[in-house]
Ligand binder design. Structure first.
Ligand code: SAM
Ligand code: SF4
Length: 339
């Protein structure tokens, strides 16, 4: 039975600041096969599996968002590709791509599972992937991911390329860890035909480290890259937080995602939903709406009202602080919220 809600597309989700929500980031699991030092504790406590939404419920949530004008969905986590039967979800959401529905289904991954999944993901309608890779140095990669093997990630990236998927490499800039490796990473990625985005570390979740020791300003990174390369500002506005330049010497695109040094909340078009159905309208705030309860207790109509409530309460933005001793902005780490 087709259980898609019949709701007029004439009721878009617009918050009190006039920002329309067109982009959903959906975490399908908080679990991961890595333990990146900026993302989670060395020994994280994962959510009980019984609390997770089923794949059918995740699809129903997506349908509710699509009916209200969401045109882009990104599956994330944790590592989305370690969720059992995730391909079933990808295929059912892929079937929602079309002129009246979803414009884009994409995914953020650490790449380790891509040799198994890339071709079938492409067949299901995924065109673009964001892949996390912070360095090309095997020992630093192992240290940053607390045990990950770079060969596995590189094999996954190669599999994505072979399947015809467009890849963007995401690298979190870490003070004293990968800052000197970034030019090599960018040069390699551009040589492979991949865009790159650099990301400032965000103080989300208690991860057992002072964020001030991890934080590296992308203003400083950009300035040091400019000593080496000619960076030309690009007008591209993908609706996201990245500000792009073209690196003239490599011919590739480089984005800077700078939530700390270049706040971008005024153009925020997204909300995040966790694998237990908690909607966070702002990555940096604790306010949430329980969509699982709405869906299970009241069905599609209650779910739709919950979306209105969440969007009405969407905060203006975050107030991240990475000064020494500052507390995390929110308790939940990025893997739980869905990065
Ligand atoms: N496991 C997948 C991956 O690593 O791509 C998807 C989930 S991960 C939480 C999504 C993105 O969030 C990754 O690019 C990761 O580098 C980034 N990330 C995690 N914790 C972060 C933090 N504290 N600050 C900034 N970015 C973070
Ligand atoms: Fe896992 Fe991604 Fe977090 Fe790394 S950043 S621990 S790969 S969820």
């Amino acid at each position: 039975m087709d259980r898609r809600p019949i709701i007029s597309p004439a009721t878009p989700l617009i918050d009190r600041y006039g920002r329309q929500i067109t982009y959903l980031r959906l975490s399908v699991t908080d679990r991961c096969d890595m333990r990146c030092v900026y993302c989670m504790k060395a020994r994280p406590e994962f959510l009980p599996k019984a609390d997770l939404l089923s794949l059918e419920e995740l699809t129903m949530l997506c349908d509710a968002f699509i009916a209200r004008g969401v045109t882009k969905i990104r599956l994330t986590g944790g590592e989305p590709l370690v969720r059992k039967d995730v391909l079933t979800l990808i295929e059912s959401l892929g079937a929602r791509i079309g002129p009246a529905g979803l414009k884009e289904l994409c995914l953020t991954t650490n790449a380790t599972q891509l040799p198994r999944f890339a071709e079938r993901m492409a067949a299901a309608g995924i065109r673009r992937l964001n892949i996390s890779l912070d360095t090309l140095e095997a020992d630093v990669y192992r240290q940053l991911t607390r045990g990950g093997g770079i060969d596995k990630a590189l094999a996954g990236i190669a599999a994505a390329k072979a399947a015809g998927l467009q890849v963007k490499i995401n690298a979190v800039a870490m003070a004293g860890v990968n800052e000197t490796h970034l030019p090599d990473l960018i040069g390699w990625a551009h040589g492979e035909g991949h865009d790159v985005s650099l990301i400032e570390v965000m103080p989300v979740g208690e991860i057992g480290a002072d964020r001030s020791t991890q934080f590296l300003s992308l203003k400083d990174v950009r300035s040091s890259l400019s000593d080496r390369w000619t960076l030309t500002d690009l007008p591209d506005n993908t609706g996201g937080p990245a500000r792009y330049v073209k690196v003239e010497e490599t011919g590739g695109r480089l984005g800077f995602i700078s939530p700390l040094t270049g706040n971008f909340c005024d153009s925020c078009n997204r909300v995040r939903v966790t694998c237990t159905g908690q909607l966070y309208a702002c990555l940096g705030k604790n306010g949430r709406i329980d969509l699982r309860h709405a869906l299970r207790a009241g069905g599609p109509e209650a779910l739709d009202r919950a979306l209105d409530e969440a969007v009405a309460e969407k905060p203006w933005g975050h107030d991240f602080d990475v000064s020494p001793g500052a507390a995390a902005a929110v308790d939940r780490d990025m893997a739980r919220t869905g990065g």
